[in-house]
Design a protein around this ligand. Structure first.
Ligand code: PGA
Length: 256
């Protein structure tokens, strides 16, 4: 069994539809200059597509990694507006799949998320697979069923090694951008359930090794209590990641 301490925490910034090349590069420079504990935590910045090149150039000589917020699963072709994994070569080493805003606002299905995750892995990048229940689903007592089906549909298509190399972000939809974070108990319960589901689908080694973040209104005020919990291997941060000092505080809280 891998002890929780053996999983390296990972904190990722999801800038969403904020920043262009110039202000994105400036924010990336500010993050890289925060004196972060890079020896103990992986740090990833996910700018919008138009900022990927500028941010990648800015952090090239630092331990900060770059991720795409969104990819399409085909490698090339007539898909106006889409970006493929091979097109990220030299720009990103991570890519988010299945963010709830993509699912809710742009109609992405579990099967789409599976295809994207496979394409991200096939391209040699690390997927950050986002899952989470809506408020209605939580209120109806469906949280664990929703998480089980979201996780199963993606991870049953992977190998155990691909699963181990992936990152999962547990992001309850009701906590995203609302200022209402899940309690540490809620986050820990859901993440434990996700890990159990991965174990059923891909075995206990993969489940022990896959890193599972919490996301949803993570801030400097709540990061200590969330990220000190066993089993919570870092955070996916939206709003607070647009401020270098606030993001840095969250990165430090994730360091073991
Ligand atoms: P938030 O966003 O931190 O602004 O709630 C998190 C996310 O959507 O990944």
């Amino acid at each position: 069994m891998t002890s929780p301490q053996a999983r390296r925490p990972i904190v990722a910034a999801n800038w969403k539809m904020n920043t262009g090349p110039d202000d994105g590069a400036k924010l990336a420079r500010a993050v890289a200059a925060q004196g972060l504990p890079f020896a103990r935590v992986d740090v990833v910045l996910c700018p919008p597509a138009t900022g990927l090149a500028a941010v990648a150039a800015t952090v090239r000589s630092t331990p900060v990694a770059v991720g795409a917020q969104h990819v399409y699963w085909e490698a090339s072709g007539a898909y106006t507006g889409e970006i493929s994994v091979p097109m990220l070569a030299g720009l990103a080493t991570y890519a988010i799949a299945g963010h709830s805003e993509r699912r809710q606002l742009f109609g992405e299905t579990d099967l789409d998320v599976q295809r994207k995750t496979l394409a991200i892995l096939a391209g040699g990048l690390t997927p950050i697979v986002a899952v989470g229940e809506s408020l209605d689903q939580r209120d109806a007592g469906q949280t664990l069923d929703v998480l089980r089906s979201q996780v199963t549909l993606v991870f049953e298509a992977l190998s155990p090694d691909e699963t181990s190399a992936s990152v999962i972000a547990y992001e309850p939809v009701w906590a995203i951008g609302t200022g209402r974070n899940a309690t540490p108990e809620q986050a820990q319960e859901a993440i434990g359930w996700i890990r159990d589901t991965v174990a059923e689908v891909q075995g206990s080694t993969a489940a022990d090794q896959v890193r599972i973040q919490y996301g949803g209104s993570v801030s400097p005020d709540n990061c200590d209590e969330l990220l000190s919990r066993d089993g919570i291997d870092g955070a996916l941060v939206g709003g607070a990641s647009l401020d270098a000092a606030a993001f840095a505080a969250i990165v430090r809280a994730a360091a073991p």
